[in-house]
Design a protein around this ligand. Structure first.
Ligand SMILES: Nc1ccn([C@@H]2O[C@H](COP(=O)(O)OP(=O)(O)OP(=O)(O)O)[C@@H](O)[C@H]2O)c(=O)n1
Ligand SMILES: C[C@](O)(CO)[C@H](O)COP(=O)(O)O
Length: 250
């Protein structure tokens, strides 16, 4: 019998939350009485497909998160490590922290700022990695999305309107066979022109022959980014609870 690959999740919490303008990193803000990051880690702790969790936190708050992890009784969290200066550097630090794992193991990279991720979505990523080397959770674009260029009066003008039916909004988790994402990040980190806003994009750019598979996400898996998003997350959380209670799953 072949052993199943180990699944290691990294919760990326190295950001300071500049757009949120809060005095502490936004992943420490309370959501339903618990820090946002605790919800994110709890989803991976609850997912039966995840074996180990590594948390990458802003270096000044590593100790705070270590306390939070022991207080919450998370048993899968092996380490809380400092993140990098950018999200991409934090992802790279997560991959370095997995350096002892073989190429066939699986890595899941998740924004700590997406506290409403469901364990079922995490499992769907793991399942898709049985067929593809890279997978990302995404939802259809609801609005028309346009590409812009500088406009006449210092503003912007529409350059083109990509076909909306072909557009998706990427979320996290994004999952990878370790050998694939290691190769992609090896090339990316050596590229002085590196620009990346997500990890699937890094694989697509540096390993263009690698299929990056889409796993359907859900609209409630929002990224807490701007002031007001915590209130939206509270509403979505309470709606999900009401639904689960009505379905008898809570
Ligand atoms: N150096 C960084 C920057 C971001 N992130 C993480 O990547 C996720 C998505 O990033 P974003 O929403 O941009 O978070 P911040 O960088 O904190 O926000 P801002 O850009 O407003 O400063 C978050 O969980 C954030 O903590 C990270 O691990 N390391
Ligand atoms: C990875 C991501 O959440 C996919 O939508 C997003 O690109 C992160 O962007 P941010 O500027 O670091 O929030």
């Amino acid at each position: 019998m072949t052993e199943r690959p180990k699944v290691i999740a990294a919760v990326l919490a190295g950001g300071v939350g500049a757009r949120m303008s809060s005095p502490s990193p936004k992943q420490l803000l309370p959501l339903d009485g618990r820090p946002i990051i605790e919800h994110s880690v709890a989803a991976f702790e609850a997912c039966p497909d995840v074996d180990e969790i590594i948390v990458l936190m802003v270096d000044t708050h590593v100790g705070r998160v270590e306390d939070l992890v022991s207080g919450a009784g998370f048993t899968k969290v092996s380490r809380v490590l400092p993140g990098g200066a950018t999200r991409t550097e934090t992802s790279n630090a997560a991959l370095e922290a997995m350096s002892g794992a073989p190429d066939g193991d699986l890595a899941l990279l998740h924004d700590a700022a997406r506290p409403l991720v469901r364990p079922a979505t995490i499992s769907a990523c793991v399942e898709a990695l049985g067929e593809a080397g890279a997978v990302g959770v995404a939802v259809p674009a609801g609005d028309t999305v346009v590409r812009v260029v500088p406009g006449g009066t210092g503003g912007e003008a529409v350059a083109d309107v990509p076909l909306r039916s072909e557009l998706r909004r990427m979320q996290t988790p994004q999952g990878f066979r370790l050998g694939v994402v290691r190769r992609a990040y090896g090339l990316a980190m050596a590229d002085p022109g590196l620009v990346a806003t997500d990890d699937c994009g890094v694989v697509l750019r540096y390993l263009p022959d690698e299929e990056v598979r889409i796993v359907p996400g859900d609209e409630s898996n929002i990224k807490v980014t701007n002031p007001g998003d915590v209130e939206i997350a509270e509403t979505l959380l309470s709606r999900a609870r009401t639904r689960s209670a009505a379905a008898g799953t809570v």
